[in-house]
Write a protein that binds this ligand. Structure first.
Ligand SMILES: Nc1nc2c(ncn2[C@@H]2O[C@H](COP(=O)(O)OP(=O)(O)OP(=O)(O)O)[C@@H](O)[C@H]2O)c(=O)[nH]1
Ligand SMILES: [Mg+2]
Length: 314
């Protein structure tokens, strides 16, 4: 399997601008090429076949201060030869890679390594190293889920800062409680639980990061909302953030798992109580369930995950 990341400077619209000789009919082979380069086709993701290979391709626009139209095109392609692979499985990982790449500030500079006369060379090299790192991580994560052919689920994990999101995910990933640092912006985790490949988008809960949550609401299979049940002063704030996400059209109908966390700190708070405080009975447009959990002991977390598996994995 080969992964290529290609950057097209200043190309906009279809790339086949002319055909020589002009009077000859367009062959099937040419059509294939034009399909690959047809950036005007409005398809971000497409599968392409040639010889005994196939490619899964995802193209995207990179905002760039150095481009004429302020936008340039890039294409990431995975070339594979295994007959039994359905290229569709690359769609979500590629989309995720692109979101992560574009979240890096001024990333366009990293594509200018071979073009002289553009700004600070050190800065360009540094950005290029960032791209390479991302690609390296991506290539490590990818074959594991693809080759083992496990079912894959994407979790959108949100909630106020210090609710315990990262602790819960680390507990699931390593089966132990580990010390965490606050999450800056986004933490992407990939791990296998009960033969299911989980891709978790662990979102930073501090106020400054909450506005960007929506950007990552890209086709998740399940929403996981974490709340610290002992942080009663912030129930109203938590409820507001929960319903803000539920009200976005792109989250419509997606099942919601609520993890009422830090149960180990005392059991005076009941499930009923949290449901009432968060007004969860108002949720009518999706399936939801709530579990009292503890990242310290692991209690409740696995039950929550099994509820998801039961709903979504046939
Ligand atoms: N007692 C107890 N402490 C917990 C539990 N879960 C998390 N914590 C602690 O709560 C604090 C915050 O946990 P994190 O997992 O970092 O919280 P977070 O929701 O990821 O926070 P942000 O990344 O800022 O959004 C840490 O000190 C954790 O050790 C729990 O179940 N019980
Ligand atoms: Mg965190």
């Amino acid at each position: 399997m080969v992964i290529l990341l290609t950057y097209f400077h200043r190309i906009r619209g279809p790339s086949i601008l002319c055909k020589i000789p002009e009077d000859e009919e367009v062959s099937e082979q040419d059509k294939e090429v034009s399909r690959l380069l047809d950036f005007a086709g409005n398809k971000k993701f497409f599968i392409h076949s040639f010889d005994n290979f196939k490619t899964a391709n995802y193209y995207f626009e990179v905002p760039s201060e150095w481009a004429r139209g302020k936008k340039e095109m890039a294409l990431i392609s995975i070339t594979y030869s295994e007959d039994n692979i359905d290229g569709e499985i690359f769609r979500i990982p590629l989309a995720e890679f692109v979101i992560e790449l574009l979240s890096k500030k001024d990333i366009f500079k990293g594509f200018y390594v071979h073009i002289s006369g553009h700004g600070d060379v050190d800065e360009i090299n540094e950005k290029n190293a960032e791209i390479k790192d991302l690609l390296q991580n991506f290539s490590k994560v990818l074959p594991k889920s693809i080759i083992t052919k496990k079912k894959s689920l994407k979790l959108f994990v949100f909630g106020l800062d210090r609710a315990g999101k990262t602790s819960i995910l680390e507990r699931l990933r390593r089966n132990e409680f580990v010390k965490t640092n606050r999450t800056l912006n986004l933490n992407l985790l990939n791990f296998i639980l009960d033969n299911v490949n989980l891709v978790a988008w662990d979102l930073g809960g501090q106020i400054g990061f909450r506005r960007s949550w929506r950007n990552y609401l890209k086709e998740p299979n399940v929403l996981v909302f974490v709340i610290d049940i002992h942080d009663k002063d912030r129930y109203v704030e938590a409820k507001k953030e929960l319903f803000r996400i539920l009200d976005y059209p792109e989250s419509s109908g997606i099942p919601l798992l609520i993890l009422a966390n830090k149960k180990d700190l005392g059991t005076s708070i009941s499930k009923k109580n949290v449901i009432k405080e968060l007004e969860l009975n108002k949720i009518k447009d999706r399936e939801w369930n709530m579990y009292l959990t503890s990242a310290v002991t692991g209690e409740g977390i696995y039950n929550g995950m099994h509820w998801i598996f039961k709903k979504l994995i046939t």
